[in-house]
Ligand binder design. Structure first.
Ligand code: 5GP
Ligand code: ZN
Length: 141
């Protein structure tokens, strides 16, 4: 097993572990984009969001508020970004994980939410809505 997070879960390589239960482990991201940057990782090896079933998703995501609140209580950040990268361009470890990134005044981390509303007309929105809606219905069948 070459997965670095599986090795961390097994204890074969060390980590700074802030929380663990039977389903998940939470440890400090080695990169510490900001102080307190933490990863929430399922103990089951699943590559990314597309491999999660509802039960595993529930087990992972239900831990998120607790750990986010603990980071907030610890460092009193001005905000918190919760990020999950799937495939390209940003997923570098192929074991599902959620980044909790507390935000501080003048930190160097940057996310650009560019408003492209001017490039879409109501028909575009309707088409996008119906395309995604249909695929959700297909997945529910
Ligand atoms: P991704 O880019 O896949 O969303 O995030 C992977 C994250 O895993 C990166 O932020 C990286 O710093 C972190 N990471 C990679 N290898 C290790 C490691 O061995 N230990 C820890 N604690 N974090 C790691
Ligand atoms: Zn793994």
């Amino acid at each position: 097993m070459s997965c670095i997070f599986c090795k961390i879960i097994k204890g074969d390589i060390p980590s700074y572990k802030v929380y663990e239960d039977e389903n998940i482990i939470a440890f400090l991201d080695i990169s510490q984009i900001t102080k307190g940057h933490t990863l929430i990782v399922p103990k089951t090896h699943v590559k990314n969001i597309y491999g999660l079933d509802e039960l595993l998703a529930k087990k992972i995501f239900q831990a998120v508020p607790k750990i986010a609140k603990a980071i907030k209580k610890t460092y009193n950040p001005i905000g918190m970004n919760i990020i999950n990268n799937n495939d390209k361009p940003h997923q570098t470890v192929d074991h599902f994980h959620i980044h909790l990134i507390p935000r501080y005044k003048n930190d160097k981390f940057k996310i650009d939410f560019i408003n492209r509303q001017d490039q879409f007309n109501p028909e575009d929105y309707e088409k996008i809505e119906s395309e995604i809606r249909q695929n959700i219905l297909d997945l529910e069948e």
